[in-house]
Design a binder for this molecule. Structure first.
Ligand code: ADP
Length: 631
């Protein structure tokens, strides 16, 4: 596998703006967490200097006048301050842990809210899916993203304050003078002597981050490779845990395929893989060189301290203080160097998140409210509607004209790919028509507030989804609900006998994920629950996309026999492959090649021998006749 050698980094200005945006977001949305973390950073950076300062005073006293009272005072101050620092530190630590605990969920919620807010047509695009997966993969695989950005900002603040503390305790190193009695060594007092020190410092400040960035960039800019490997691993590594695959896994020995992907020694994560190669090679060398270069500065300052102490500029106590402070300063400096480099690299990943959050919606957002009508007199009209899916040349629907009569039972039939589901998607405004208009009570549906518009529909999609929560909550799609109503909806949907068998009744969890007494429902049972959920919502329109495919013939017949009772006064739109189940509908729309080719009652359509419906009807009838004959 070939990895990228070249780094493409964000500019420092852009890096600053991206991280500033995160700080602003946290300042407005999680100010307490931000405040506590910053306080903790400063606390952690500065408190070690208290110990260094006080120990230096004790040593100075021991090596100098050795006054017992002064020594006692100093020792007590040291002990008391150490205890106070530890106590306050532990308290702050707890506070920080509590506040920080929710950060991961906060960052995930930003993405989740965006997804809920996104136009469905954007959500449906491959690019959207890919952008989201990339963000999650970068976060899960390399740890890049919002959490990393926040940690790095904290590290940066901590490193800066370490430097400030170190500088404060070493200022006198440069100002204290070597006594004239030191002879030649008085050259250490010359300001010119500081010049080489400054030159080394500048060289280190430039070189160390450059080398460290170079090392990190290998990993960061090959995150695509890493993500792909991570995807393979998350897919193949966990196939065995999926119950629904267990039978096929055994039948087709799919474990052999998984083995192939997971045990390949040259695969990305193995010790012979490309990343391990980089770590042993250039990545490791650059990281080591960066650490070595920062060490040079520390070494040079140490020499300076020793020379000045030797020449008599200060005593042993101050020397301990300088050494302690410089050691911390050096740690702060190397951390600052590596943190700034990592912030820059991570900003690319942080920006991906902001770009995702900024993705604009394109559908017109109306604001009209839906008139609440007790008589449910809502009328929908498709006026010369045509539609092409985004990025597709082909029309999925062409010139569809139709009107729903209130309270009507309307069936939508037609061969696969004829546009039935697309028709429903447009009706629910998951997409807007490419041409033409859909009207609700005479107004373009785009002018209505979208959430309100959706409230007039109860839909059972073909690929409906239930949650693992209790049965009643699934039916009501809410945590608190009207139990009697939910129960009666389940009974109407044909779930009565199964409900009686459930030991926890409406409180039975679907699946065992959240409760070990949970029950796995069959496809048909799930379909009944989905139907009950649509009934509970009690919207004026009910849309059923292949609502009985998973039901056995008896359950199906039972549902149809009481369809009028189930639907009550709602307008029902009903997609089905089984034409026999459409007979009871008032009107049937026949789709073919994206257009409505016929419309009318079953009797009228079946008697039109040249029509599509006639052909479809007899194709199915013949099948039944043949199987009857065979049986
Ligand atoms: P039906 O429900 O009658 O089987 P659909 O409405 O699902 O038919 O599909 C109508 C046409 O639109 C088909 O040609 C299908 O390939 C195409 N189509 C469906 N979904 C998409 C999509 N998301 N992107 C592009 N084309 C699509």
């Amino acid at each position: 596998m070939k990895l990228k050698k070249k780094k493409e980094l964000m500019s420092w200005k852009e890096t600053w703006n991206t991280n500033k945006r995160l700080l602003q977001l946290l300042y407005t949305q999680r100010p307490k967490m931000l405040g506590i973390c910053i306080l903790m950073d400063i606390w952690n950076a500065l408190t070690p200097y208290v110990g260094i300062y006080l120990s230096a005073l004790i040593i100075e006293e021991l090596a100098g006048s050795r006054n017992p009272d002064t020594l006692l005072r100093l020792v007590l101050t040291t002990l008391f301050s150490a205890a106070l620092i530890a106590l306050a530190g532990a308290f702050l630590n707890r506070l920080q842990a509590v506040e920080n605990a929710g950060f991961y969920y906060y960052s995930r919620k930003l993405l989740d809210d965006k997804l809920m807010d996104m136009d469905f047509c954007i959500l449906d695009e491959t690019e959207t899916n890919s952008a989201l997966t990339t963000i999650l993969q970068n976060q899960g695989g390399g740890g890049w993203g919002m959490g990393r950005a926040f940690n790095l900002i904290n590290d940066l603040i901590s490193s800066l304050f370490s430097l400030f503390g170190g500088i404060a305790l070493t200022v006198t190193l440069f100002t204290s003078r070597v006594p004239d009695s030191a002879g030649n060594m008085t050259f250490l007092n010359s300001p010119l002597f500081l010049l080489p020190l400054l030159a080394v410092m500048l060289a280190v400040i430039y070189l160390a981050p450059a080398l460290s960035n170079k090392s990190d960039s290998y990993y960061a800019f090959n995150s695509g490779t890493h993500n792909l490997a991570n995807r393979l691993f998350s897919h193949f590594g966990f196939l065995g845990y999926q119950n629904q695959l267990a039978a096929d896994m055994r039948m087709y020995r799919q474990d052999i395929i998984c083995e192939k992907y997971n045990s390949d020694k040259t695969s990305t994560f193995s010790s012979k893989g490309p990343f391990a190669g980089l770590a042993r090679g250039p990545m490791g060398l650059y990281a080591a060189a960066s650490a070595a270069v920062s060490g040079i500065l520390t070494g040079v300052i140490y020499v300076f301290v020793c020379l000045k102490a030797w020449a008599g500029a200060f005593g042993i106590g101050m020397m301990t203080q300088y050494i302690g402070a410089i050691t911390r300063f050096a740690t702060g400096l190397s951390s600052l160097i590596s943190v700034t480099g990592q912030i820059r690299i991570n900003s690319t990943f942080l920006k991906q998140i902001f770009d995702f959050l900024d993705h604009p919606n394109i559908m017109y957002q109306g604001s009209l409210t839906i008139e609440k009508r007790n008589d449910r007199q809502y009328e929908i009209e498709f006026r010369d509607v045509s539609f092409r899916y985004p990025g597709s040349e082909q029309y999925a629907l062409r010139h569809v004209n139709m009107k729903f009569r209130v309270g009507q039972r309307l069936a939508v039939v037609g061969p696969n790919g004829s546009g039935k589901t697309t028709f429903i998607k447009l009706l629910c405004r998951l997409y807007d028509p490419t041409e033409g208009t859909i009207l609700l009570n005479g107004f373009d549906i785009r002018k209505y507030d979208y959430r309100e518009y959706l409230s007039i529909f109860s839909v059972v999609f073909q690929d409906f989804a239930l949650t693992d929560m209790p049965l009643g909550e699934n039916v009501a799609a809410a945590g608190t609900y009207n139990r009697e109503l939910a129960q009666s909806c389940l009974i109407k949907a044909g779930f009565e006998s199964r409900l009686k068998e459930l030991p926890k009744g409406m409180d039975t969890y679907l699946k065992k994920t959240l409760d070990e007494d949970g029950v796995d429902m069959s496809g048909g049972e799930s379909q009944k629950i989905a139907l009950a959920r649509a009934l509970y919502k009690d919207s004026p329109f009910i849309v059923l996309d292949e609502p009985t495919t998973a039901l056995d013939p008896i359950a199906e017949a039972e549902i149809y026999s009481k369809f009028n009772e189930i639907i009550e006064d709602k307008t029902a739109i009903y997609i089905s492959h089984r034409l026999s189940s459409c007979k009871f509908c008032d009107e049937i729309l026949v789709f073919d090649k994206g257009g409505v080719v016929q419309q009318g009652s079953h009797e009228a359509l079946v008697s039109d021998a040249a029509g599509k419906y006639h052909a479809l009807w007899y194709a199915q009838a013949q099948y039944y006749a043949e199987s009857n004959a065979a049986g």
